[in-house]
Design a protein around this ligand. Structure first.
Ligand code: RB5
Length: 151
C-alpha cells in the first residue's frame, strides 16, 4: 500500500537518504525529504525534530539516517508519540512495525550497506501493526517508566 514517508538525515546519512528517496518514490510512495541537501556538516537533532514533527502531524512513517543511526534514534525517541526503531536487518524492521508499531525507522549509513538498507526499508514500509496484546504493551510504555509496575 502506498505510504507517506518523511525522511531526513545528517551529513553522514545524506548519500543513503538520496538512494532511499529515489527507491521509495519509484515504488509509488509519497516521499518528503526534510534535508539536508548536501554533505555539509549539520546537527542531527535538528533533522530528527523536523521528521518527528511531520510524522506526528501527518500520521506518516519517518526515516532518519545518520552515521550509526544511534543519535537519530535517541533523539527521536524523546518525542512523545514517536516510536523510533534502529534496525540492522529485515526481521527487526518487520517486527518493529508488527509488534512495536514503530513510526520511525533509523538507519546508520556507516553501518548498513546500501542493498541491506533498501531491504530493511521495504520491510518496514510494507509491514503493519498487529494490535492485540502488542497494543497493551505499547500502552504500558506510556505509563510504566516512573518505576517498576506491580505484579
Ligand atoms: C556524525 O559524525 C555522527 O556522529 C552522526 O552521524 C551519528 O552517527 C550520531 O549518532
Amino acid at each position: 500500500m502506498p505510504q507517506t514517508v518523511i525522511i531526513g538525515s545528517d551529513h553522514a546519512g545524506v548519500l543513503l537518504k538520496k538512494i532511499l528517496v529515489d527507491h521509495l518514490a519509484a515504488a509509488g510512495h509519497t516521499v518528503v525529504d526534510v534535508g539536508p541537501a548536501d554533505a555539509k556538516s549539520v546537527d542531527y537533532p535538528l533533522y530528527a525534530a523536523s521528521v518527528c514533527d511531520a510524522v506526528l502531524a501527518q500520521n506518516a512513517l519517518g526515516i532518519l539516517i545518520c552515521g550509526t543511526g544511534l543519535g537519530m534514534s535517541m533523539t527521536a525517541n524523546r518525542r512523545p508519540g514517536i516510536r523510533a526503531a534502529l534496525c540492522g536487518n529485515e526481521f527487526m524492521a518487520r517486527m518493529a512495525r508488527m509488534h512495536n508499531d514503530a513510526n520511525v525507522l533509523c538507519l546508520g549509513e556507516r553501518v548498513t550497506g546500501q542493498g541491506l538498507a533498501l531491504s530493511i526499508t521495504d520491510a518496514f514500509v510494507a509491514a503493519s501493526f498487529e494490535g492485540g496484546r502488542h497494543q497493551r504493551r505499547l500502552d504500558l510504555m506510556e505509563t510504566c517508566h516512573g518505576g517498576p509496575v506491580s505484579k
